[in-house]
Structures are given as structure tokens and as C-alpha cells.
Design a protein around this ligand. Structure first.
Ligand code: PEP
Ligand code: MN
Length: 342
């Protein structure tokens, strides 16, 4: 529920409501707006009746949160969540571009890509060490050796590392290296994995399932928030539709809707969202125009030799053009590209 305080409520009254809610076991979030303070509360409503709260001094009204996701709802927390990845702030005015190969294939491939994307303006390096592949015969990733290369790339470039956790048994090892833990599309509703990853206390990049509704996606985020980890970045990566020309359909209406429904930052992944390198730049521009807080882009020094997702991977120079084009759109919107602090 949301407790709306009167415009002239005193600090003592606000604290009185917070204390009462916490005493009854509610999770509480305080938002101080310019006009009034709003208190989001999630818990067992039978422990504290609506009218008991409404009778407290300074309270104007109590409104239930009707949506099935509660902690992820904009009502619970009206201000945007800023996810801190080291010194980088995702979800604020600065846009962040995560770039790198689909899979870590070799030390050379990763280092070359890392330097190139850093130079072009990315703030984070992506690359799968553990790969969830549709076919068991496809390249499955370099596993622990891939993690070592990622750690080395961070050391050399200062880029934060984003990499996927595919199963619970490897979650701890991935968290030793990753600055952001990626939950892939295929695992969006792996609830045990969501809970395990949430408890590792690192930011989580939660990709939308390939056939997940907006509500299912936000409920998956709710699993992470309910574990007490609010450092969640959502990522729209395209959904399955009747269209077969593109690999997926990048759902920009979902992106804009989620920005309204939730306080969490939302990125777009036009690489998986289209599956075609020639569509990545136009869709990256459109995603930023639609309100994305950043992008996830696959980049490979030789896409023709890539062990996974070559057809949707940009060459480093194409990625540099993407960054320039996106910077132009960001400017029109009063935003700018995030930078790695010197
Ligand atoms: C990836 O980011 O390389 C990936 C496997 O993405 P998705 O889970 O969106 O398919
Ligand atoms: Mn990929």
C-alpha cells in the first residue's frame, strides 16, 4: 500500500508512520517529493488495517497497490532507482552502453574488443563465459577460463564486467568476477536462480524472457527485490512474434511501458532484438528515443569468425558510429553518455 502524508505533515509524524509499519513487519520505502512525502509499504495487510493507518497524525490517505508486482511498482517508489556499478550510475541522466562479444572466445578476441569498445565510449564490457545455447553441440563458452579473461580485461581497460549466470552451482564463481550478473532470457523465470543471484548482493541485469509478458518480467524482477536486492537493471531483448525476417521483435512499447510502470532502469538490446547487424544502429537510436537508460550491443573484431551470434555483431568501427549516433539522440533528450571516471 501507499501511505500519502499530508502536505504539512511533521517529520515526527512521518517517522511515527514508518516506525509503526516496520514494527508490523512491513518493508518500507520513503519518497520525499517537493509537495508531500509518500511511504510505500509491503507486508501482511491483516497486521495493520487501512483505517488504523489513516487515523494516524499527518496521514492523508492510504491507497492499495493493485498490481501483482509491488516492490517493482512505480507507486511503491516514485523516484527512479539508480543502480550503482562501481562509480557508474545506471538509471540517472547518463546513458550507459554495455558492449562486447556474445561469448568470450579467446584472450586476444576479448582484449581487442575491450580496448575498442572502451575507446568508442562503452562503460561496461559484456561477454559470456557460460553460454546458454539452443543446441548442445554449439560452443558452450570457455567457463572459468573465460572469467579469468574478463577479470584481466577489466584490469587493463577499467571497463565494468557484465556476464551471465546460467546455473546456481556457478553463481558464486561468476560473482567473484562480474560487476553485474546477467540473467539471460531463457532463465528469466528460473526462480531458484533469481533468488540465488539476488543474494549475491551484486547488481543484476534481468533480460526479458523471449515470450514473457511485461507483468511476468516485472514479477521476475520482484523475486530479486523481495530478497532485498534493489540493484536490478531490466533489459528488453526482443520477443517471439509471427515475424521471421528478424530473429526477434524488439518491443519498444514494452520498454516505454516499463519505464512508466516501474522505477527500475531499463536497457535495450537491439543485437538480440533484431538478430541482424544492419538493424542494430537504427533500433539503438529508436530505443534511446523511447527512453532506454542504455544499450547492450554485441561487438566482435571478426563477426564472420564468431563462435556465436556473428550475424548480429558489429565490427568495432561500426560500434563507434553507433555511439556517435546515440550521443546525438541523447543530447536532444537532455541526456549524455556516461563515462568511466578518470
Ligand atoms: C546474450 O546476451 O548473449 C544472450 C544469450 O542473451 P539472451 O539471454 O537475451 O538471449
Ligand atoms: Mn548473444
Amino acid at each position: 500500500m501507499i501511505v500519502v502524508m499530508q502536505a504539512d505533515a511533521k517529520e515526527k509524524e512521518i517517522q511515527g508512520v514508518v516506525a509503526r509499519l516496520e514494527r508490523e513487519g512491513f518493508k518500507v520505502h520513503l519518497s520525499r517529493g517537493t509537495l508531500r512525502t509518500v511511504i510505500g509499504a509491503i507486508g501482511d495487510k491483516t497486521r495493520l488495517e487501512h483505517h488504523a493507518l489513516e487515523a494516524m497524525p499527518g496521514v492523508e490517505k492510504v491507497i492499495p497497490i493493485l498490481k501483482p508486482f509491488k516492490l517493482a511498482a512505480r507507486e511503491f517508489k516514485p523516484e527512479d532507482t539508480i543502480v550503482e556499478v562501481g562509480e557508474l550510475k545506471v538509471g540517472g541522466p547518463d546513458l550507459h552502453i554495455i558492449a562486447g562479444p556474445c561469448a568470450v572466445e579467446s584472450r586476444e578476441q576479448l582484449m581487442e574488443t575491450a580496448h575498442a569498445v572502451r575507446e568508442a565510449g562503452a562503460t561496461m564490457l559484456r561477454g559470456g563465459a557460460f553460454k546458454p545455447r539452443t543446441s548442445p553441440y554449439s560452443f558452450q563458452g570457455l567457463a572459468e577460463r573465460g572469467l579469468e579473461f574478463l577479470a584481466e580485461a577489466r584490469e587493463e581497460t577499467g571497463l565494468a564486467i557484465v556476464t551471465e549466470v546460467t546455473d546456481q552451482t556457478k553463481a558464486g564463481a561468476v560473482a567473484q568476477v562480474a560487476d553485474v550478473l546477467q540473467i539471460g532470457s531463457r532463465n528469466m523465470q528460473n526462480f531458484a536462480l533469481l533468488k540465488t543471484v539476488a543474494r549475491l548482493g551484486k547488481p543484476v541485469l534481468l533480460k526479458r524472457g523471449l515470450s514473457a509478458t511485461i507483468e511476468e518480467w516485472l514479477l521476475a524482477a520482484e523475486y530479486i527485490l523481495a530478497e532485498g536486492n534493489f540493484q536490478v537493471i531490466l533489459c528488453e531483448r526482443g520477443i517471439r512474434t509471427f515475424e521471421t525476417f528478424t530473429r526477434n521483435t524488439l518491443d519498444l512499447s514494452a520498454l516505454a511501458a516499463v519505464k512508466q510502470l516501474s522505477h527500475l532502469p531499463v536497457l535495450a538490446d537491439p543485437s538480440h532484438g533484431t538478430g541482424k547487424k544492419e538493424l542494430v544502429i537504427p533500433l539503438a537510436r529508436a530505443a534511446i528515443a523511447a527512453g532506454a537508460d542504455g544499450l547492450l550491443i554485441e561487438v566482435h573484431p571478426k563477426p564472420e569468425d564468431a563462435l556465436s551470434d556473428g550475424p548480429q555483431s558489429l565490427r568495432p568501427e561500426e560500434f563507434a558510429s553507433l555511439v556517435q549516433e546515440v550521443a546525438g539522440i541523447a543530447k536532444v533528450l537532455g541526456r549524455s553518455l556516461g563515462r568511466i571516471p578518470a
